[in-house]
Design a protein around this ligand. Sequence first.
Ligand SMILES: [Zn+2]
Length: 207
Amino acid sequence: MQGFYFWAWRKGLRSKPFLQDRCKVSRTHVKNRFKNRFKIVVSKPNKLFMNIRIGNGYDLHRLVSDRRLILGGVEIPYEKGLLGHSDADVLTHAIMDAMLGALALGDIGHYFPPSDPQWAGADSIMLLQQVQGLIGAQGWRVNNLDAMVIAEAPKLKPHIKAMRDRLSQAMNLSIDCVSVKATTNEGMDAIGQKEAIAVHAVVLLVQ
Ligand SMILES: [Zn+2]
């Protein structure tokens, strides 16, 4: 006779009802422990998905001669570049607009107006970091982003990795949280005629 039964025998508590009671209590205790564990498992996803915001951004710039082509902070060799007040980095602009949109903070034109000479030729990566500081001040950070560049020319596939690297470094994100994709407009409209490049971007913020 060992353990609990030995203890019960020593105490003279050998009656069947007592032992059954102990067993019931023991089973209830086990059930409660299981329930508590289950509650913890359930509460984790609730907490994870409580404070998230999604934002979308869109931008388009005209392709012209005598301009550098900058996309995602990377200079891409091409006979034309994007026209704009800053460096006209259409990819970075769309990402910034998505970040601002997630918190309903307006658009980049509000913070960096083209009429303001201080933004002439500005490095858009620097502007992106300013927007990141803005959302960071409100306790938010970028979880991940996904961008689609629409360009008939040049071919962007060889430059995708460099753009993802540059953006992830600038935003202090893991590269697998920064998605940049490229497509064409099948020869249709101004983008298809190689007169412009457009970008759609989606950003998820977490708190
Ligand atoms: Zn722009």
